[in-house]
Design a protein around this ligand. Structure first.
Ligand SMILES: NC(=O)c1ccc[n+]([C@@H]2O[C@H](COP(=O)([O-])OP(=O)(O)OC[C@H]3O[C@@H](n4cnc5c(N)ncnc54)[C@H](OP(=O)(O)O)[C@@H]3O)[C@@H](O)[C@H]2O)c1
Length: 244
């Protein structure tokens, strides 16, 4: 079987970097997202640069009813599917505004579950496949400044953990990716600490290598594992007084 990857949320900066990284290794690329023009341009660029098959597919993560047809209409079953789409929103606004709050929860969790349920059942039937979910260190513990986004990623992390256990005996591998800060559209304008901030290309590289090693859960930069361990160990009586 030819190697191919479906990137759900391919206009994201991490998604674009993944597309280039996998194409450079000779993989066929399915780009899925809402912005067809941008995806078409990316597909042409990949075909020319890397001489691999690449095509664009319209995919709206929040249009749950369309997911079955979207998946059915892909010409071939991709060997790997990565769920990259996400929505950060604004914590303070979302505390008051249910519409934004729901969009955070639905994009990062419900939408991912809707499409990955279909993908995983197909992979189960075929007896092979790899699913990669881009979650976040924000899901490791709810902080006052971003617990709405964080809780949606925590739910996604738990989903991927259960899915991995269900798929394990059936030759379907599920990898959870927990990036820390990454320099992308999502974090544009934020004052991020340079030493703790990765570039999308580096994230894609870590993901590609970890997938080859069949890792289960990865922190994109190793130091985040230790940072989050410390954060998780802070007793609740102290944690609730911290403003971060
Ligand atoms: N950047 C960070 O510091 C960081 C840290 C940890 C985890 N992450 C996670 O990494 C993933 C990639 O994010 P990024 O940093 O690369 O940010 P990004 O460039 O802002 O990408 C977010 C992507 O999600 C897509 N998206 C949002 N809602 C969608 C929907 N309803 N249907 C289809 N696509 C939708 C957007 O598509 P449009 O182009 O159509 O808007 C955009 O391409 C996300 O899951 C994010 O939560 C990022």
């Amino acid at each position: 079987m030819k190697k191919s990857i479906l990137i759900l949320g391919a206009t994201s900066d991490i998604g674009k970097a993944l597309a280039k990284r996998y194409a450079a290794e000779g993989w066929g690329i399915f780009l899925a997202g809402r912005d067809r023009d941008q995806l078409d341009r990316l597909a042409s660029d990949i075909k020319i640069r890397y001489n691999v098959p690449a095509d664009a597919h319209y995919f709206d993560a929040l249009a749950y009813d369309s997911h079955k047809d979207f998946w059915k209409n892909l010409q071939d079953l991709p060997s790997v599917t990565v769920s990259v789409f996400g929505y950060l929103g604004e914590q303070e606004t979302a505390e008051e505004d249910w519409e934004m709050c729901q969009r955070i929860l639905d994009t990062n969790y419900t939408a991912a579950v809707s499409i990955l349920n279909l993908v995983s059942n197909s992979y189960l039937e075929r007896g092979q496949g790899v699913i990669i979910g881009i979650s976040s260190v924000a899901g490791d513990r709810g902080r006052s400044s971003n617990y709405l986004y964080g809780s949606s990623k925590a739910a996604f992390t738990a989903y991927l953990s259960g899915l991995r256990a269900r798929m394990f005996a059936k030759n379907v591998h599920v990898m959870t990716v927990k990036p820390g800060f990454v320099m992308t559209k999502m974090t544009a304008g934020m004052d991020l600490p340079p030493l703790l901030t990765a570039k999308p290309g580096a994230v894609a590289n870590v993901i590609f290598k970890a997938m080859k090693k069949k890792k289960n859960v990865i922190y994109v930069e190793g130091k985040w594992r230790w940072i989050m361990l410390i954060i998780k160990l802070i007793p609740e009586t102290i944690f609730k007084r911290l403003k971060f």
